[in-house]
Design a binder for this molecule. Structure first.
Ligand SMILES: Cc1cc2nc3c(=O)[nH]c(=O)nc-3n(C[C@H](O)[C@H](O)[C@H](O)COP(=O)(O)OP(=O)(O)OC[C@H]3O[C@@H](n4cnc5c(N)ncnc54)[C@H](O)[C@@H]3O)c2cc1C
Ligand code: SF4
Ligand code: SF4
Ligand code: SF4
Length: 388
């Protein structure tokens, strides 16, 4: 049976909970706000199935994609609403047009991030755009299995570890299943997310106060995106550039990622997904004519099924080399190192207000900032010299 003694060895995918026929596993939130499974030994029959579906225990080796593309939707509005080039929406629309179901991550009424499904094109808008919080997968693997058994097409999108968990949970290949994951930096704690929103809302009810949230508004460009919160009953939206926004600062400084994200078991396209999407960072250097700062998707095709799904959509595309993608997007292969301040962050969380804690722990001295800038300048100069 599953027993979590090292938290970095559980991605929280819920595959074990959903597969247990005696309902002996429940997920409990720890003091950092992440869910972990706990087995009730009184009802557990020791059948061992939960270990067979765990993507950490059944870790697979990485591989290279079959094909790599830069791609962007023809539809400007979809692209503006999406984090990258809007490829997720195009793939999802095709599945819905074929009578299928799409699973993805959306906000619920309390602004928590959960996994859910839709059967309509309008329903896709809630899934559009990255939410930088671990989504609660709930019972969506079991729901997807029921749809597949009924002969429906299913597109399941999520983090690579969620896709790896789904594939192990299903325990067999389904022709009608298309799995789409993305390059994953890691997922922040849902508890910190809600604390952050409560701080902004000054303890008003989040459900009553918030109309919408966009982690990646492109009004200022795709590369320098803004965090935007739209309050209800007010024209005054809350807008902050990514490097100024407190929650994004803590996320990108790796202060509160799930412990497993620092030892991710599904790096290097090892999740078993058909397609892996990402931001095509560095596109201005790789394919300068393709870049208009409105968002370009990196599309990595991992299977024949992924290839035919991608070929079935009408999208602006340009094939490119894997090395040009990974050069600017190390998260494809490498887990982020935890911040040196991570444990201090969680230690001080109950005594210090979140705002000043994140600011204090992400504050860089002037000398450090100058050194980083010099480092970046040297790298850029070396790249230009190598090209010549
Ligand atoms: C936590 C997180 C970390 C990421 N890290 C990187 C990175 O380091 N490098 C990189 O290139 N790209 C990263 N991405 C992916 C990138 O931001 C885009 O989501 C991806 O390129 C797809 O963009 P799109 O324009 O095709 O569609 P979009 O409409 O932007 O993508 C939406 C898709 O993302 C899914 N999704 C959104 N939030 C979550 C969530 N919290 N959990 C599970 N699924 C979610 C939706 O279900 C939907 O399938 C990350 C995304 C997330 C959510
Ligand atoms: S060993 Fe079997 S019965 Fe026990 S928790 Fe795991 S799946 Fe459930
Ligand atoms: S990684 Fe998933 S399957 Fe494995 S123990 Fe954690 S929740 Fe269960
Ligand atoms: S970094 Fe790895 S473990 Fe963390 S959410 Fe992403 S895929 Fe899962």
């Amino acid at each position: 049976m599953i027993q979590i003694t090292d938290k970095s060895k559980c991605v929280g995918c819920n595959a074990c909970t959903q597969c247990c026929s005696t309902n002996s596993i429940a997920m409990y939130e720890d003091e950092e706000g992440f869910l972990y499974p706990v087995v009730d030994i009184k009802t557990c029959t020791d059948c061992g199935l939960c270990e067979k579906v765990c993507p950490v225990i059944n870790y697979k080796v990485g591989k290279k994609p079959n094909l790599v593309y830069a791609a962007k939707s023809h539809d400007e509005q979809i692209r503006m609403e999406s984090s990258s080039g809007g490829v997720f929406t195009l793939l999802a629309e095709q599945i819905i047009k074929d009578g299928g179901i799409v699973f993805g991550a959306r906000f619920n009424e309390n602004w928590e991030v959960i996994h859910d499904y839709t059967e309509t094109i309008e329903g896709l808008s809630a899934f559009r755009g990255s939410k930088y919080v671990q989504s609660r997968i709930g019972k969506t693997y079991s729901q997807a299995k029921q749809f597949l058994k009924a002969g429906r097409k299913v597109l399941f999108s999520g983090t690579p570890c969620q896709i790896a968990g789904l594939k192990l949970f299903l325990r067999k290949e389904y022709d009608k299943l298309l799995t789409v994951d993305f390059v994953c930096h890691g997922v922040p704690s849902p508890m910190i997310w809600i604390k952050y929103l409560s701080y902004l809302a000054d303890n008003q009810s989040l459900a009553m106060w918030i109309e919408n949230i966009n982690f990646r508004s492109k009004t200022n460009g795709w590369k320098n995106y803004n965090f935007v919160l739209y309050p209800k009953n007010s024209e005054q939206k809350f807008v902050e550039p990514l490097h100024k926004n407190l929650f994004m600062k803590g996320f990108l400084s790796d202060l509160y990622l799930r412990p497993s994200c620092h030892r991710c078991p599904t790096k290097s396209l090892s999740s078993g997904s058909d397609i892996t999407l990402g931001d095509f960072w560095g596109i201005q250097n790789v394919l300068p004519n393709f870049d208009d700062d409105k968002g370009v998707s990196l599309v990595m095709i991992n299977s024949e099924k992924g290839k035919s799904a991608f070929n079935s959509i009408d999208v602006v595309r340009q094939e490119t080399a894997y090395k040009s993608a990974v050069q600017y997007n190390p998260a494809i292969e490498i887990s982020m190192k935890p911040s040196e301040k991570r444990s201090e962050f969680f230690r001080f969380l109950s005594n210090e207000n979140l705002n000043s804690l994140i600011l204090r722990l992400t504050h860089q001295t002037f000398a450090k900032r100058i050194l980083r800038k010099i480092g970046r300048l040297i790298k850029r100069t070396m790249r230009v010299c190598l090209k010549k």
